[in-house]
Every structure is written in structure tokens, then in C-alpha cells.
Design a protein around this ligand. Sequence first.
Ligand code: PCA
Length: 202
Amino acid sequence: MHVLVTGFENFDGVPSNPSERLVAALPAKIAGVEIRKEVLSVDVETVQAQLTPLYAERPAIAVHLGVAARRKQISLEQRAANWIAFDTPDNAGHRESGRPIKHDAPELIQTRLPIDAIEKRLSARGIPVNISRNAGRFICNLVMFDSLRRLPTSVQTGFIHVPPDEELSEALGRHCYVSFAQMLEAVVEAIGATSNGVATVS
Ligand code: PCA
């Protein structure tokens, strides 16, 4: 059994992506469970192909991470929308005026991460967290939709957006609301809650 955890590289407006650094900082194992890490490219045309071999490895759990630069807390995404639209070009220079991600697929797919349990755990630890009903219409929502559609329903998968940490807040000239250390704790706790305590670390 292993847990897949992904983050994203830097992209326009995000010169330092905390999700990439979180993936790097996670231990190789959490309470004996292997953590398979990967950094995804912010490229709408290649990201789904990048996920194919990772999904073929049959993770038991997949936790996808990305940054939401304007948010002030950790956002547990409740659902993915079957729509992609973005004005700011991705790292390959693409823009998208608006289209479904997949024809003949549902408009919305609900997360398969236990977000209520995760929210409780993080709140109890004083980590700023909320449940979000909007994962955006960019690559994070695309990856969330893709994972929920392509992974077997027995696989617990979903998406967590993190706000800017100290490093990105400084680069953007903004106040930092959640520290990198809190984000790392949050990701470990989310994995612990998802694997029903199997991966809980103290
Ligand atoms: N955040 C973007 C894409 C990559 C990332 O880290 C998003 O919210 O779609």
C-alpha cells in the first residue's frame, strides 16, 4: 500500500510554490506507509499524461496539493467541476476560454477524502482550515476532477489547496496566515485521517 502525494511547480504569479516544497519535505514513510511523491507541471496539455503512470502504480490514497495564492487558510476541496477556463497562461503558454474537461462526464464530482474528519483534526490543532466548494477552474481543479474520474472509487482521493507560506507571502509582499510548518503538519494529519489512523503520526 502506498499514498500518492503531488504538488505543483511554480507558475505565473507564484514564484515559489509551497505545494512543491511540501512534497519535498514530507517523510518517505508515515507510520510505516510509503509516501510516493511527485511534482506536477502546470501545463494543461501534459498534466493528465503525467498522472497516468502514477495512477497505474495503484495508490491506496491520492492527496493532490496546490497553492491558492489569495486564500488565507488551508482549503479542503469538496468537489471538482467538469470545466476548465483560465486567462493567465499556463507554463506552456496555453489559455482556455472555457470548455468541459470531459464530455459525457458528470458536472461535479465529490471528493473521496474524509474532509469533515480532516477539518476537525486541523482545527483541533489550531491550523486555519475550511471546506471549499470551489477548486477554481485551472489545473488544480483539472487534476482533482481527473483523479476522481480515473482512479477506482475504492481509492480515497481529493485536493487540498494551501495558501502562501512565509516564502511565497514575502515574494508577493503579503501577510502570511499559515506557516509552512503548519501546512506540513496539516498534510501529515490529512493522510492520517484518510487512512483511518494507520498513518497517524504523533
Ligand atoms: N495552483 C494552481 C495550479 C497549480 C497550483 O499550485 C491552481 O489552483 O489551479
